[in-house]
Design a protein around this ligand. Structure first.
Ligand code: FES
Length: 177
């Protein structure tokens, strides 16, 4: 009886080359995909470069232009580096200028649950749950468990520099987050 089963054709060197090329390409694509997907996770695990005890002072432009005694919301930018990801971040603070060399700088986040507050009718007013603070940052109404959080600052050659920090919300003590 004749055997009609097709005999497998022996692989040509070109076939082997093609197969190896496809294998290599697939491995490279998978590698890129894995790297791309894992970067955000890795960057989450590594703290931002401006965190830690040696946190720097960042310049807040236009200090000389703001009026004395009037709470003024000011913004500044800084480069945030998380692992391999670099991004420009805009921060805001409330500044009360007392003189060309003295100021009070408040974190813009309400100590209750971190909402941003505003300054209306000579009070700092949080829209989320109604906390009220006077210009000294003291709680005069609402659920905030502590006064507004001040930030460290320095003034050099008429320029204001602020040390940005986050604090834990919802507790009576001012504790860095
Ligand atoms: S977050 Fe400001 S009162 Fe709740």
């Amino acid at each position: 009886m004749t055997d009609h089963t097709p005999t497998p054709r022996s692989e040509e060197p070109e076939d082997i080359q093609k197969r190896n090329f496809i294998k290599g390409l697939t491995a490279a694509l998978l590698g890129f995909l894995t790297l791309g997907l894992s970067l955000p996770f890795v960057s989450y695990l590594i703290p931002a470069s401006n965190e830690g005890a040696d946190r720097k002072f960042i310049k807040v432009p236009n200090f000389s232009a703001i009026p004395v005694g009037k709470p003024t919301k000011m913004t500044f930018e800084d480069l945030d580096v998380q692992a391999f990801i670099r991004s420009q971040v805009v921060y805001d603070v409330w500044v009360i200028k007392h003189s060309d060399t003295q100021a009070t700088v408040y974190s813009p986040l309400c100590p209750h649950l971190n909402c941003r507050y505003t300054f209306i009718n000579n009070q700092f007013n949080c829209p989320c749950h109604g906390s009220l603070f006077d210009e000294n940052g003291k709680v005069i109404g609402g659920p905030s468990p502590r006064p507004l959080d001040t930030l460290a600052y320095k003034i050099e050659s008429g320029e204001l520099y602020v040390q940005w920090k986050l604090f834990k919300a919802g507790i009576p003590q001012k504790v860095e987050a």
